[in-house]
Design a protein around this ligand. Structure first.
Ligand SMILES: [Zn+2]
Length: 197
């Protein structure tokens, strides 16, 4: 059976969301087809607004304006601790734990010579400036324990002036473990018990 084009278009769009297969997309579309017009318009507007989402000019997080909520917060931005993460979802995972009160720097990727991802392909450029301008005294490398994560951590460690403390996540993070799939308590504990690199 063929769906009307309007329905099929939404099914096709929903299947682009990670974890949503065709069956789920069909079910969701059929539910939404019964929504009130007002709710559908609101949903549509929320999706279109994503097209104009910005990245924070300082840390690389998603932001409505030039700076994200953390970099706009006086208390957070004045913290001397900078947590370096691979992706925005890692920040969300750490924030869920509620333990870390410093600020972030999103790399966007990890060094991976086999895939052609070198230092220029990741957001390393302004780390040195940030350390200087924001008076950073400690760096936490919250990168996944993997060959790429370790290589990236070593690379950043040698960029950082020796007076800055450089730490990495403590025990509890499995090899190759992605922060976004870990529970909030494990992440908070790993940050609390960070070890010097
Ligand atoms: Zn920011």
């Amino acid at each position: 059976m063929k769906f009307p084009t309007t329905i099929q278009n939404l099914i096709d769009s929903l299947t682009k969301i990670p974890g949503v297969g065709e069956k789920t997309a069909i079910r969701q579309t059929l539910v939404m087809a019964n929504w009130k017009q007002e709710d559908l318009m609101k949903f549509g507007r929320a999706i279109s607004a994503l097209a104009s989402i910005k990245k924070c000019k300082i840390c690389g997080m998603f932001a409505d304006h030039d700076l994200c909520q953390i970099c706009s917060s006086y208390e957070r931005f004045n913290s001397p601790i900078l947590c370096i993460i691979e992706s925005i979802s890692d920040c969300i995972a750490i924030e869920r734990g509620g333990y870390f009160k410093g600020k972030y720097h999103v790399l966007g990727n990890l060094l991976n010579p086999l895939l052609g991802i070198g230092p220029r392909e990741i957001n390393l450029e302004n780390i040195t400036n940030r350390i200087h301008n924001e008076n950073i005294q400690e760096i936490i490398l919250a990168l996944s324990p993997s060959i790429e994560g370790d290589a990236t951590s070593s690379y950043i460690k040698q960029m950082v002036p020796s007076e800055v403390i450089v730490g990495t996540l403590g025990l509890g993070i499995p090899m190759g473990g992605n922060l976004e799939y870990l529970d909030a308590l494990t992440i908070s504990k790993a940050i609390e018990h960070r070890r010097a690199l």
